[in-house]
Write a protein that binds this ligand. Structure first.
Ligand SMILES: Nc1ncnc2c1ncn2[C@@H]1O[C@H](COP(=O)(O)OP(=O)(O)OP(=O)(O)O)[C@@H](O)[C@H]1O
Ligand SMILES: [Mg+2]
Length: 276
């Protein structure tokens, strides 16, 4: 066996010891789901971590696919601080794309690469409940009941969760930004780590350089200067929130790089932006 392979295996030993039997939440951004090769490397990474004894929960987004479908149907969307304001007309389309297309494709793909994945959304087993602040079908999560997730993890399954919540007197449910779902689930199941895969190297500064580590103060400063905008706002809010509530670490990494999860976990210093 070449020495570097041995070194890699030995270097990863403390990580495996630390995370074995612990829960890791992976947010698989719609923006990172861009080509079949990347999907395959993602599926292999997840299977490997699962076989190493790490309990994985995947939460996925789907912004790009939703935009495409809404455009085809000529339904317009407004965004406020990077979060879609979902109309009554858009809500069934959002659920169809997230739960019907992306969720099933992803869980099936994971299954064909050695995992036992189960695709669900927040309405299943009443995992998460939301309310709307503005009368739209974009919700804020108010309750998380992780029993179904716990059962699936105990049974050796990988839950793949679409970001649709149930609500009182609202059969359509609510669309939730998937970053918030990953954060709320991570807190509810006492996850050790959350990783957000997206379509940038991580959080970038005004020169386009990677910021390797960020905290609340820096986030507020860069948001005020309009350097952090759009979809990066809910992502960083989620990272900061979950690390304040018991999750050891949150990372934003580049889902466009093959095996980015393994690179983050197994290389010293990792990749992307760490939230502390
Ligand atoms: N300072 C910043 N550094 C990096 N990306 C930024 C920054 N400010 C804004 N962004 C934007 O945030 C985007 C990532 O968020 P986006 O919501 O588009 O993707 P996602 O959350 O991975 O996917 P989905 O929303 O479908 O789950 C980047 O593509 C980039 O355009
Ligand atoms: Mg997003």
């Amino acid at each position: 066996m070449p020495t570097n392979t041995t070194d890699i295996l030995l270097d990863s030993l403390p990580f495996i010891q630390h995370f074995r039997n612990k829960i890791m939440v992976i947010k698989y951004g719609g923006a990172a789901q861009i080509n079949p090769d990347l999907k395959e490397s993602f599926a292999k990474d997840v299977s490997l971590l699962h076989l190493l004894g790490i309990k994985i929960i995947i939460v996925h987004g789907g912004g790009k696919d939703i935009n495409l479908m809404l455009e085809k149907l000529q339904i317009t969307s407004e965004f406020v601080n990077g979060v879609r304001i979902t109309s009554k007309e858009a809500m069934p389309v959002v659920e169809m794309v997230l739960s019907g297309k992306i969720n099933k494709e992803l869980s099936n793909f994971l299954n064909t690469h050695g995992s036992k994945a189960v695709g669900i959304n927040g309405k299943d087993g009443k995992i998460f409940k939301a309310i709307s602040q503005d009368g739209s079908f974009t919700g804020n999560i108010t309750e998380v009941h992780p029993q179904l997730l716990d059962l699936l993890l105990q049974g050796g399954f990988i839950p793949v969760v679409a970001p649709i919540a149930y609500g009182d007197n609202n059969p359509l449910g609510y669309n939730i930004n998937a970053d918030y779902v990953a954060c709320e689930i991570a807190k509810a199941v006492n996850a050790s780590k959350v990783i957000f895969l997206t379509d940038t190297k991580g959080v970038l500064d005004d020169q386009g350089n990677l910021i390797t580590s960020i905290n609340q103060t820096k986030f507020t400063e860069l948001k005020e200067k309009n350097i952090i905008t759009g979809g990066m706002i809910p992502k960083l809010q989620s990272c900061l929130d979950c690390t304040k509530h018991g999750v050891e670490k949150a990372h934003i990494i580049d889902g466009r790089i093959k095996h980015s999860i393994l690179l983050e976990l197994f290389t010293s210093g990792g990749i992307g932006t760490e939230i502390c």
